[in-house]
Structures are given as C-alpha cells and as structure tokens.
Design a protein around this ligand. Structure first.
Ligand code: NZQ
Ligand code: ZN
Length: 386
C-alpha cells in the first residue's frame, strides 16, 4: 500500500426530507446566492423545498447554468456576486451546477486579473468562498470532493481545477430526487460512477486489499442496482443505494494508498469539448479501448476485477482480463449507453489526431499510473473507438 493522507471535511446530510435541514447549515447573517441549472428543480419540488428553507435568509437567485458548466455564463454570475457582496453560495443541481459553483467559489476570492487562469494555469484553490450543495443527480461525486470541471465553448476547452478550498461545507443528499431524473441521465450517472471506480482501481496491484474491496463493493452494488433503478427510480431503497455509490466512488476514499489512472477522463473531456457528448458517454467510448491498449500492464487488476465483480474464473490472466473488458462494455450497453464514437457523430475521421494534438499543445507529456498514456497512445485509443 502506498503512503497517503486523507482529509475530507464535507458534512453529508443524507436521507428523506433532509432539505428542511438546509437553514441550519448556512450562517444566519450570510448573503446567499442560490444557483441552479436549466429548471428541472422547478418541476420536481426541489426549488420549493429549498426556497422554503431559505425564507429567513437574505438571498438572490442565479439560474441557467448549463450541462458542462460554461465559463461565460459563470462570469455573469461572478459579476453579480461581487456587486451584491454575496458571501455564501448554494448549488442546487447535478455535477454541472455544483462544479460551476466551485469555480465561482474560487474566482470570487481570486486576486489575479483573469479567472480563466485558475483553469488554464492549474492554480490550486487554497481558500474559496464557502458554499453548500443540494444534489439532484447522483453521478459525479462532486458533492463530496474538491474538484471541478469547467467548459469554455468559445475556445473548445474543458479543463479541471481543484484544491482544498473547494470542498463543500455541506451536501444534502435526498434520494427522493432520483424519481424525476430521466432514464438517460440515470444511465449516465451509473456509467460515470462506475468509471470513477475503475480509474482508481484498474492499475496494478499494490497489496491494498481493503481499498480493492471497497472499490469492488461499489462496482458490485452499482451493477446490482443499475437495471432496477433505471426501471423504478422512485423506489427509495434503490435510489438511496445508487446515490451513495456515486458519492463514495469519488470522495477520495478509494484512491488512497493506490495508484490511479484518470486517462479515460482526460481523453473523454476532449470528446465533450469537441462534440458536446455527455461526460459519462465519452467514458463508455474510451474505457474499453483504453483497457485493451494497456492490457499488458493492467491485466492483473483486470483479471481480479473480472473474477470478483463478474465471476470470470476460467482462462489465463490475459483471457480473463479480456473477458472483463468485454463484460464492462456489455454493462454500459445494457444501460443504453452506446460505446462507439460513431454512435454519436457522423464523421469520426480526424478526431484522434485532433485530440492528440490538443493534448500536445497543452503540454501534456503522459498520463496514467505508469505515465505511459502519451499523446501518441491517445491517438491510437481514440482511433480504435470510432
Ligand atoms: O439543468 P437542469 O434543468 O437542472 O437539468 C439537468 C441537466 O439537464 C438534469 N437534472 C439534474 N437533476 C435532475 C435533472 N433532471 C430531472 N430531475 C433531476 N433531479 O440532468 C442534466 C444533466 O445534469 P449535469 O449536472 O450536467 O449532469 P452530471 O451530474 O452528470 O454532471 C456532469 C458534469 O460534471 C463533470 C462533468 O465533466 C460534467 O461537466 N464532472 C465533475 C466531476 C467532479 N467535479 O468531481 C467528476 C466527473 O468525472 C465529471 O468530470
Ligand atoms: Zn466522471
């Protein structure tokens, strides 16, 4: 097991009717901005519950944060935050709204000229404006981590940021919100969370037995819950398990003491930046090809995953590893998530070169647990995904 430090200060408030506890979490004298997305919260009762809980607070609203939160729109919010002397942010939504608020938390206290530098120059946020979240879409894990991913369509970029200042003060997780999520978004959530676990697990063995079993536990639970929660998102028990799996998949716990990969996400972000493909779907396109490409260095963990998650016990290590990749791709397909780039766009030709060139220009030398995911390897992986 590798050395590690673990500190996660996020207060999780989990369960039915927990939005009523919101008012106790925000400082009484705070000037609050309530931020949300395209309006789903106004159709499922969440907006009503939140504004009810905020009735004794001084607050203003900012709606319209789109999926893959857009820098230009967030900059409009930043102007208002400064003008209105806002000192507490409340994100109500999925990963996009919460990530957007994390950017604002950083940008509000940033002293540089150009807030885009926080992303472009990978400036860590040590202290951000305090914020809380009410999660409406289990998927990203952003409600309990300190990372954020922001898009800037004007220049075709989607970049990550983070730092210890970007943990939410609290996150309210009420599984009843799952009832209103469209099927395709539930499928996205399952796929995203599943891939988060794989990114932190599918590397090489380091004797971290507990972390491996935590990771396998999350994957087993997601597989067991997935078809049922897709069919019946109003079932509280299914929704609760789905939600907690997604949070646990990316709150820092399972990555401690183990090597991590994260190349699938990095490549996937480029596909979203180029074509607007949903985040989770880009992962389903890249993951099988990535694992095939790096079969040799990942085969032991792939075979272990195959055995413990998919009951693959026959064959050599290579054969079991390959069967495990096949099972993973089939799993995504059972969620109605297509796994080829050509399922999403008409003209794939040239994509591999574009992605590889963008990464080179950004100064990306190599990613992955062995630093072997070079721009050249990325080109091959993307080409195989057409
Ligand atoms: O905008 P509204 O109207 O709210 O509708 C949203 C949006 O259209 C809708 N939705 C959310 N909750 C709903 C609902 N519809 C009905 N009922 C509900 N309860 O779902 C749509 C998608 O929402 P979005 O927030 O974009 O989805 P998701 O949570 O999957 O977030 C994706 C973003 O998170 C980033 C992704 O890159 C992407 O930008 N990620 C963030 C991570 C992090 N910060 O740790 C890690 C992830 O790997 C990921 O990169
Ligand atoms: Zn993800």
């Amino acid at each position: 097991m590798l050395n590690f430090e673990l500190q996660n200060p996020v207060k999780i408030i989990f369960g039915k009717d927990t939005i009523t506890k919101l008012s106790q979490q925000i400082p009484k004298n705070a000037t609050v901005m309530l931020l949300y997305g395209g309006g789903s919260i106004k159709k499922n009762g969440v907006y009503e519950a939140v504004t009810n809980a905020l009735k004794d607070f001084d607050y203003i609203e900012f709606g319209g944060i789109p999926a893959n939160p857009e820098y230009d729109i967030l900059m409009d919010a930043l102007t208002i935050i400064k003008a209105e002397k806002i000192d507490f942010l409340l994100a109500v939504g999925g990963g996009s709204v919460i990530d957007g608020v994390k950017f604002l938390s950083a940008a509000a206290l940033y002293e540089g000229e150009e807030p885009w530098d926080i992303l472009a120059k990978a400036i860590r946020t040590e202290i951000g404006m305090p914020f809380g979240t009410v999660l409406t879409l289990p998927a990203t894990g952003t409600e309990m981590n300190s990372g954020s991913v922001i898009s800037r369509r004007e220049i075709g970029q989607k970049l990550g940021m983070g730092g210890p200042g970007l943990f939410p003060k609290f996150s309210i997780l009420d599984p009843t919100v799952v009832a209103s999520i469209p099927k395709n978004q539930i499928a996205n959530g399952i796929t995203d969370a599943f891939t988060h676990v794989m990114e932190q697990y599918m590397t090489y063995p380091v004797g971290a037995d507990l972390q491996d079993r935590f990771a396998e536990g999350i994957m087993n639970s997601l597989i067991a819950t997935a078809p049922k929660v897709m069919d019946n998102p109003a079932d509280y028990t299914l929704a609760a398990n789905f939600m907690w799996c997604c949070t646990m998949a990316l709150n820092g716990l399972i990555q401690k003491g183990v090597p991590t990969d994260w190349a699938i996400h990095a490549i996937g972000h480029e596909l979203t930046a180029l074509y607007g493909i949903d985040h989770a779907r880009t992962l389903a396109i890249i993951a099988p090809r990535h694992y095939q490409h790096f079969l040799e260095s990942k085969k032991e963990k792939l075979a272990q995953y195959g055995e413990r998650v998919w009951n693959i016990t026959e064959g050599t290590v290579e054969e079991r590893a390959e069967a495990a990749i096949e099972k993973t791709e089939q799993f995504f397909k059972t969620l109605n998530i297509p796994t080829r780039l050509s399922d999403y766009i008409d003209q794939c030709q040239g994509t591999a070169e574009k992605v590889s060139e963008t990464l080179k220009k950004r100064g990306w030398i190599a990613l992955g647990e062995h630093k072997s995911v070079t721009p050249e390897a990325v080109k091959v992986i993307v080409e195989k995904s057409y």
